[in-house]
Design a binder for this molecule. Structure first.
Ligand code: DAR
Length: 347
């Protein structure tokens, strides 16, 4: 299914006075209301969506508003979402064997637990219970996934700063997340699980209950994908992830619904970076461009974070294939100084 992406702040576009009067008195079992859902959009006119979910029930109770917003943003008709982690028949060698372009590869998924409120709405006691349940499972992981958990409050400021600079650890939520309530009781019952080689990491209590991350230096996209798939198989057997057959995995932000997967490379594109059409070229390849320090950051020295633009209405296999093909084309364009365009047949 192809998905186009939508326009600017969607809350104002889709919230009518009739919908407001119809929804404003409703409340989920976790106390999430229409006002709380849209507080971030009310506080920040530059929001893309302007809404956050406090729990799975949010997507059902406020569907008259949220479903049009989600359709608009994702370009999908919400007819059904399926998962497919298979790589059979897809290229699995190194995307950039010479290492001239790709600095590192990272794939993350967001997950929330079905019986807890999501970070915007969760209370202090429930956040402590969720952390304890998740840490018990994480610390039981074996083999290449074995590691240790560190509550944020236990980290020295030097260790915290080092890991944040290395993009290993998360910071307090940005102004959008702060308005949505994600930073309440910070840093209590948030933490990071990691393997000794920092190639498998789990953030506990960031924007979603879990951000499950596989990453490594270089361009081994298949190895990163397989490590994540293995982890999700084990974690999914022990943790009840919030999801349904229409929206896929439920996330606090509707932009992450579906696969909740962002597969990315940090890549040097010094020649393409000087061209005004890099973002447009990437968009036509189904890719999004971020700066060196993730969302809302700028590129530095021609280094960009390139990732899949769509998460809903596609499978994890689709995302792998799209990133693979898109990055190969960008590298070909870079080596020919952008002379080729993305639908050229000889790249
Ligand atoms: N700032 C929110 C969410 C944008 C997507 N980024 C996330 N989920 N981290 C907005 O509606 O603009």
């Amino acid at each position: 299914m192809s998905c186009s992406t939508g326009a600017a702040m969607l809350l104002h576009k889709h919230l009518t006075p009739e919908l407001t009067s119809r929804l404003e008195k409703l409340k989920t079992r976790n106390g999430w209301t229409l006002r709380k859902a849209m507080q971030s959009g009310l506080d920040h006119e530059d929001s893309q969506m302007g809404v956050y979910a406090g729990d799975s029930e949010t997507y059902a109770l406020f569907s008259p508003l949220l479903h049009p917003i989600i359709r608009d943003h994702s370009g999908c008709n919400l007819g059904g979402h399926t998962s497919d982690f298979s790589l059979d028949g897809l290229p699995q060698g190194d995307l950039d064997p010479s290492g001239e372009f790709i600095i590192s590869t990272r794939i993350r998924v967001g997950r929330n637990l079905a019986r807890y409120a999501f970070p915007p709405a969760i209370g202090a006691r429930a956040r402590a219970e969720l952390e304890a349940e998740v840490v018990q499972v994480l610390t039981g992981l074996k083999g290449e996934l074995a590691g240790e958990y560190h509550p944020l409050a236990s980290l020295s400021e030097a260790q915290r700063r080092t890991w944040v600079e290395q993009h290993v650890l998360f910071k307090p939520g940005d102004r959008f997340l702060d308005s949505a309530g994600v930073n309440r009781d910070w840093p209590r019952n948030r933490g990071i699980f990691h393997t000794p080689d920092l190639r498998f990491i789990v953030w506990v209590g960031e924007e979603d209950a879990l951000r499950i991350i596989s990453m490594q230096p270089g361009s081994g996209l298949a190895a990163v994908f397989r490590r994540l798939t293995s982890a999700l198989d084990v974690l999914g057997e022990q943790l009840d992830f919030a999801r349904d057959s229409r929206l896929g995995y439920h996330t606090a932000c509707p932009t992450n619904l579906g696969t909740a997967m962002r597969a990315s490379v940090l890549i040097r594109l010094p020649r393409l970076s000087r061209r005004p059409d890099l973002h447009a070229r990437c968009a036509r390849l189904g890719l999004a461009v971020r700066g060196l320090h993730g969302e809302h950051s700028d590129a530095e020295d021609g280094v960009h974070d390139i990732s899949n633009a769509v998460r809903l209405g596609v499978t994890e296999r689709d995302i792998y294939r799209q990133l693979w093909r898109g990055v190969r084309k960008l590298i070909a364009m870079e080596t020919r100084n952008g002379i080729l365009n993305e639908d050229s047949q000889d790249i």
